[in-house]
Design a protein around this ligand. Structure first.
Ligand SMILES: [Zn+2]
Length: 413
């Protein structure tokens, strides 16, 4: 298989993280994405390469007798990859190759995120292929709502919430305020919020900024403990005009929506460790969102066994991850080789999710004509969820829904 060009829907690492590996394997073509995505990639790919190198070095030091492990890719690979990125405009077709025109269409999932529409012309036959990327919710916090995907001939669709509705109780800024009052003021405990460094963390900071301005946020320290989140917040500050009307109105009241007194961005590991010794209430936002890596694991290790603390789960966690175990009510979890009893309260806040549920995804696909759409390929989801999502789409009249096998190929022209 030959790859001439890449079009990237958004910066999240589960979509972008292997691009440097592609470059390491010899890819040297253009990588198209939105301007905001390009800015985010600059910090995310370097961070990812750094983690790859540090993990390999850590393993090799601990297992000196074994064959040394190599990182998936190095900082140099990531830097070479970044040179290939070509920022593209939104809602304006651009040429990927003489036969292929591409349009990026904002889809409300993350700053810079977009669905991808390819208009392909070959042997005087033209077809339109759509890729949803990750679909945002209809009212996605600070972001503009997703623009429905125009009619296409073939569709590649995500499946994350293909068999679920966001039916958890609504959890917005007021519920967050009440939880902080309960945990941090009354119980003098810590509220841990595991969150993706890019996207969810900035939404939380914005919600806390709002509470500070309008809802008497208690006078307790609030930490953002993720170097990537700190850098990501700076990029969000450079793209304020990308957010929705409500956000623009807010800006006329508060021109710094990601900063308020008591908000601390930790700068090094020592500052991160020092959070443990704080007596009394505090809020700690840290990565990773699924809790399978990053500094949040240290905070969970230190705080899960005390019932005065709480964990707010704000996004999707795969069932096999630590976040998945905690969300499903595990009474103890394994961290750093130890079984840690879960006595802290676990609170789920589905309404902070960046992914549309199946009703919202069906609504996003409202311009698709079941009679004209030749096939829907389902990607980005667990197998059983994809099967259930396929059935729902079939119920709505989409007759050809395919859950492809790994490396399965299809002829579409
Ligand atoms: Zn995503």
């Amino acid at each position: 298989m030959e790859v001439n060009a890449v079009v990237l829907s958004h910066a999240h690492i589960d979509h972008s993280g292997l691009l440097p590996m592609l470059v390491k394997q010899g890819f040297s073509g253009p990588i198209y994405c939105s301007k905001a995505t390009a800015d985010l990639l600059e910090i995310m790919l370097l961070d990812s390469a750094h983690i790859q190198e540090a993990d390999a070095a850590f393993y090799n030091k601990r297992q000196p007798k074994e064959e040394p492990r190599k990182p998936l890719y190095s900082l140099k690979d990531a830097e070479r990859c970044l040179k290939l990125i070509r920022p593209a405009p939104s809602l304006t077709a651009f040429e990927v190759s003489p036969e292929i025109q591409c349009t990026l269409i904002e889809n409300g999932h993350l700053l810079g995120s977009a669905a991808v529409v390819l208009d392909v012309l070959e042997n005087s036959k033209s077809i339109r292929i759509g890729f949803t990327g990750d679909i945002g919710r209809p009212d996605p916090g600070m972001l503009k709502p997703p623009i429905p995907l125009p009619e296409v001939d073939y569709l590649i669709c995500e499946s994350t919430y293909g068999d679920r509705l966001h039916e958890e109780e609504h959890f917005g800024p007021f519920e967050l305020r009440d939880l902080i009052h309960q945990v941090c003021l009354k119980q003098k405990g810590k509220l841990l919020i595991p969150a993706f460094s890019i996207g969810r963390t900035q939404e939380l900071i914005f919600a806390l900024d709002y509470l500070h301005n309008f809802e008497s946020l208690p006078n307790i320290p609030i930490f953002v403990d993720s170097p990537l989140a700190t850098k990501g917040t700076e990029i969000f500050k450079n793209h304020l005009s990308a957010f929705n009307e409500r956000f623009q109105r807010y800006l006329s009241f508060d021109a710094s929506p990601f900063s308020f007194p008591n908000l601390n961005f930790t700068e090094n590991v020592e500052e991160s460790k020092a959070i443990n010794s704080i007596q009394g209430g505090a809020v700690v936002i840290s990565a990773s969102g699924m809790m399978d890596a990053g500094r949040i694991r240290h905070h969970l290790y230190n705080h899960l066994s005390n019932s005065k603390n709480a964990v707010l789960v704000v996004g999707y966690s795969e069932p096999s991850t630590l976040g998945g175990h905690l969300s499903s009510g595990a009474s103890s979890v394994r961290l750093f080789g130890e079984d840690i009893p879960v006595r802290a309260k676990i609170v789920r806040a589905g309404s902070f999710s960046g992914h549309a549920d199946y009703e919202e995804m069906l609504d996003y696909l409202r311009l698709q004509n079941p009679k004209k759409l030749k096939s829907i390929f389902l990607v980005h989801g667990e197998e059983q969820v994809q099967k259930n999502w396929a059935n729902r789409l079939k119920e709505r009249g989409f007759s050809k829904v395919i859950v492809p096998d790994l490396q399965q190929e299809f002829d579409v022209l």
